[in-house]
Design a protein around this ligand. Structure first.
Ligand code: SF4
Ligand code: SF4
Length: 290
């Protein structure tokens, strides 16, 4: 008997969002729930080759709207200012950061860089709770305070800020948003609540190790897609450039099932929704990253 397995797939429309994974999995933090299994080991850093960046952006995708600079922690990248400038010449840029390495000196430099280009620079900063203890329990002691400072500096220099919150304890999203609204107001942060993105906890990477999660076998069935608009998925409009090839979305850069080929020209394939992370995406009914 022949058993055939067929997973649903998402076909790329256009590359509107291009992600450059600058620091691979190097980070200055080691959050308990990091889906990328990031580490602080300076000997194992594997920064994205500048030649790959230049080659990728030389002829950017025709529908490109935004370049996301990500990691690990992108501010660890040695030539981060050059990458920001080069990227801003091509499209709007969002730096996805934990915020702890961002300060007034950097803000000043980045404002000058932004002014010299035709596009806008924004920040997507991680803050997993509106209460200090709940955030720092996972991200590390003192991180909450540093993130608030980073947000204040970024707003002082008029950079648009987005905040990403991982819903660590599966709390009511309405309550989370109300909590952040109060936090922003109390801190004098003019960040609209629509710029807060609450995302589900992905039980992979550090989280799986820390909490000994071994079962990651759930995948997407055709029935799961019955009432789901597949166009919401990041992998319909995004690709990630890494040192070891092009991937379907930021969540799968450590998973061979997310790898589509060597370079951006190999990125037009359909993506099979065969991982547990894909299943979490579908359940969320919205994109995880963009
Ligand atoms: S979750 Fe973000 S800040 Fe935390 S270790 Fe991972 S990459 Fe670093
Ligand atoms: S994790 Fe989500 S965005 Fe990534 S490939 Fe799967 S369905 Fe697409």
């Amino acid at each position: 008997m022949v058993i055939s397995f067929k997973a649903p797939c998402a076909k790329l429309e256009n590359i509107e969002n291009l992600w450059l994974q600058l620091s691979k999995v190097a980070c200055n933090l080691k959050c308990k729930h990091c889906y990328l299994d990031c580490h602080q080991d300076t000997r194992k850093r594997n920064f994205l080759n500048m030649d790959i960046i230049i080659k990728t952006l030389k002829t950017p995708p025709t529908e490109l709207k935004r370049i996301y600079l990500t990691g690990g922690e992108p501010f660890l990248y040695p030539k981060i200012n050059d990458v920001i400038k080069y990227s801003l010449i091509k499209a709007d840029v969002t730096i996805c950061t934990n915020g702890t390495l961002f300060n007034e000196k950097k803000a000043k430099i980045l404002k000058e860089i932004e002014k010299s280009t035709p596009h806008k620079l924004s920040f997507k900063i991680s803050l997993d709770h509106y209460m200090v203890g709940r955030n720092d329990e996972y991200r590390g002691q003192g991180v909450f305070k540093k993130v608030l400072n980073a947000l204040k500096v970024a707003r002082k220099y008029n950079f648009e800020c987005f905040v990403t919150c991982v819903n660590l304890k599966n709390e009511d999203e309405y309550v989370i948003k109300k909590g952040f609204e109060t936090l922003f107001a109390n801190q004098g942060l003019d960040i609209p609540i629509s710029n807060l993105k609450v995302v589900p906890l992905l039980k992979i990477g550090n989280y799986a190790k820390y909490y000994n999660i071994t079962d990651n076998s759930q995948s997407v069935s055709f029935e799961d897609l019955d009432n789901f608009d597949i166009n919401n998925l990041d992998c319909k409009t995004s690709r990630v450039i890494t040192n070891d090839g092009v991937y379907s979305c930021p969540a799968l850069v450590n998973d061979p099932r997310g790898r589509l080929g060597e370079s951006i020209s190999d990125a037009s394939d359909s993506v099979y929704l065969e991982t547990q992370t894909c299943y979490e995406c579908i359940k969320r009914h919205d994109n995880l990253f963009g």
